[in-house]
Ligand binder design. Structure first.
Ligand code: RIB
Length: 292
């Protein structure tokens, strides 16, 4: 069983072929509100792959909050520890332009995920095979959750996004750490090879469509991504992390788990929205079978 502690957002998405200059107004081609938030996305990725998953988070008492809670339940994510607070539900303003995205997150209720939220979920954390976290909730809460997981001997997969909230000393408390190349450089201030060699089988650096890499203690391991035509890359990293968590808690080796996560991420980018393309397990196995 996996517990995801993290953000839940409504993604407010605008598609445009022209990115406005400062002070300029342009016409866009599409507008959508779709479920997102790195925490919720990772929980959905885990659930669709068939693992039992609980979410610890917070939503506002508003239309977005109600809609997002219903979606969590429809995805069979246990929302017992998703509090409803007085603050507005978190949103992400996403601009899709030139086959990529730009995201501004307004945390709202995600800022209410607190030490109390973690304490309330202690029994759940103790029973979990893995806790998955990102950095869209308060830094103090992540730090506290890490200490609780350490005390309860529960392993943590930490996806350091956005990277600015990460503290280097946390590395001692995480079993798996999954920055992308930019986040890895920002956090460690050295080249990727040197960072990987410091954290064998613990640091897994994602390379977008190219896949992911880690150091196994003897050699550098590159796990190639599955090439596909991307419709929307939003949530690809979250799919990778959710799938990695699922695979690591279902007896896959690290290299198998990274390959499984790469394939899940490749499927996720083929449809619109952070959660829109997140695959069921059968789809991943089918593509994995074809890839071998
Ligand atoms: O990783 C993608 C997610 O980042 C989006 O769903 C958005 O909500 C932001 O949290």
């Amino acid at each position: 069983m996996i517990t995801v502690i993290g953000s839940i957002n409504m993604d407010i998405v605008v598609e445009t072929t022209v990115f406005p200059k400062q002070g300029e107004t342009v016409f866009g081609q599409g507008f959508h509100t779709v479920p997102g938030g790195k925490g919720a996305n990772q929980a959905v990725a885990v659930a669709r792959l068939g693992s039992h998953v609980h979410m610890v988070g917070a939503l506002g008492q508003d239309a977005f909050g109600n809609e997002l809670r219903t979606i969590l339940q429809q995805e069979k994510i246990d929302d017992t520890f998703v509090r409803t607070t007085e603050t507005a539900t978190g949103i992400a303003n996403i601009t899709l332009f030139d086959n990529d995205n730009r995201i501004i997150v307004v945390p709202g209720a995600n800022a209410d995920v607190s030490r109390e939220s973690i304490d309330a979920a202690r029994t759940l954390i103790a029973k979990s095979d893995l806790v998955v976290m990102q950095l869209e909730i308060p830094q103090d809460t992540v730090e506290y959750a890490l200490s609780v997981c350490e005390e309860l001997h529960t392993r943590v997969l930490l996806n350091p996004a956005p990277a600015e909230n990460f503290k280097a000393e946390w590395m001692e408390r995480v079993a798996y750490f999954t920055p992308n190349e930019t986040e890895c450089a920002d956090i460690f201030g050295v080249d990727v090879e040197s960072a990987l060699e410091r954290f064998p089988n613990q640091l897994i650096v994602t390379l977008g469509a190219d896949g992911a890499r880690y150091y196994d203690g003897t050699q550098h391991v590159f796990v190639k991504g599955f090439k596909t035509k991307a419709v929307d890359t939003t949530g690809a990293g979250d799919t990778f992390n959710g799938a990695l968590a699922h695979a690591l808690t279902t007896n896959q080796s690290l290299s198998e788990a990274v390959e499984f996560a790469n394939v899940a991420a490749s499927l996720s980018v083929e449809k619109f929205g952070a959660q829109g393309g997140m695959p069921q397990q059968e789809a991943v196995l089918k593509r994995l079978g074809g890839a071998q």
